[in-house]
Ligand binder design. Structure first.
Ligand code: SF4
Length: 339
């Protein structure tokens, strides 16, 4: 592994894709980009990142941002707890650290939404700290380089990967190169040592070190324990039009999509006749049924089978609010795509 930097860094210097968070790697920008990149491809993140930073250029601006605007800036990225944690952390940073993110990975790790990976990434990229950032990409590369057949979710495997990389960061890197190694590993995992049966070993800069490539087993690694199947849920959802506007309701503070705006919904699938009665029971004064259609949405752990009942209504219940279609608040994509 001590040969890793010598092979990887020159390749990264030549092949790194240009991203706005790389052009100016200020801690605030690196932090926001790393949170966005957790569940989303880099090419998609560019537009969100650019818009977010233009609207909220500082930690202070993020801390002060009204929730509706914040969620709107995040709309489409999903996993809204990420942006809520971003703001919580920004408020702590303003209150307790004078508006500048802490420098050490340990202090970063104590902030909401910042785990080992993000702390390691910020500390190494922004401050050249010897803090490897080990995510699924790095675990995959490590499993292949070492032809390790332990499941990557095995804690001993992750510990060993972190320990080995730490030794590389501390002993085998020229000064000022730790951030580059963190980013080079990320880049390798996203563009060359990709998931699935066909990593691009032919163009891989670290192939001379790779046991999996030498044994022709790269496509079988890393070993993963099969995930539990998603929970199936049926929902009946009401899209109610009232005087040219759409009725939305805040979701409860628990469960899936907590605290977000959404279309009023009920568990289960109702028969057509029962739907109108259910809409009336929710407090809608129904004038006409427009349509009943069926849709699906997949969350990480849940599969929603949705029956969408579109209605014209004359009045809405007190817990709903009417919005013009061109002025909707941030909506989870499960509902946004129905509208
Ligand atoms: Fe991954 Fe292939 Fe490179 Fe090995 S040689 S690190 S399997 S891309």
């Amino acid at each position: 592994m001590h040969r890793l930097p010598a092979l990887l860094l020159p390749w990264y210097a030549q092949s790194a894709r240009a991203f706005p968070w790389r052009a100016d790697a200020a801690p605030y920008r690196v932090w926001v980009s790393e949170i966005m990149l957790q569940q989303t491809r880099a090419e998609v993140v560019i537009a969100y990142f650019t818009r977010f930073i233009a609207a909220l250029p500082t930690v202070q601006a993020l801390a002060d941002c009204p929730e509706e605007q914040l969620l709107k800036l995040w709309e489409g990225l999903g996993y809204y707890s990420r942006v809520r944690n971003l703001q919580k952390t920004a408020q702590i940073v303003v209150r307790e650290h004078g508006g500048a993110l802490p420098i050490s990975a340990d202090a970063l790790r104590r902030l909401p939404g910042i785990g080992d990976y993000t702390a390691g990434a910020i500390a190494s990229i922004c401050h050249d700290a010897a803090t490897p950032a080990v995510d699924g990409n790095v675990l995959r590369i490590f499993a292949r380089l070492t032809a390790d057949t332990r499941p990557v979710s095995d804690t001993s495997f992750k510990k060993e990967c972190t320990r080995t990389l730490l030794a590389v960061y501390e002993k085998h890197l020229p000064a000022g190169q730790r951030g580059a190694l963190t980013q080079a590993l990320m880049e390798l995992g996203r563009t060359v040592c990709t998931p699935g049966a066909r990593p691009h070993c032919d163009t891989c800069p670290v192939r001379p070190l790779c046991l999996a490539a030498a044994r022709d087993i790269a496509g079988t690694l890393p070993v993963k324990i099969p995930k539990k199947p998603r929970r199936e849920e049926e929902r009946t959802i009401f899209l109610c039009h009232c005087r040219g506007k759409i009725a939305l309701r805040r979701r409860e503070d628990t469960g899936v999509l907590r605290g977000m705006w959404g279309l009023p919904d009920l568990p289960g699938t109702l028969a057509e006749n029962d739907m109108l009665a259910a809409a009336e029971a929710l407090g809608f004064a129904v004038r006409a049924l427009r349509s009943i259609t069926h849709h699906e949405h997949i969350f990480t752990h849940i599969h929603w089978r949705m029956t969408l009942c579109t209605l014209d209504v004359d009045a809405i219940p007190a817990d709903c609010t009417l919005f013009a279609p061109d002025a909707l608040p941030a909506l989870p994509s499960a509902f946004g795509k129905l509208i």
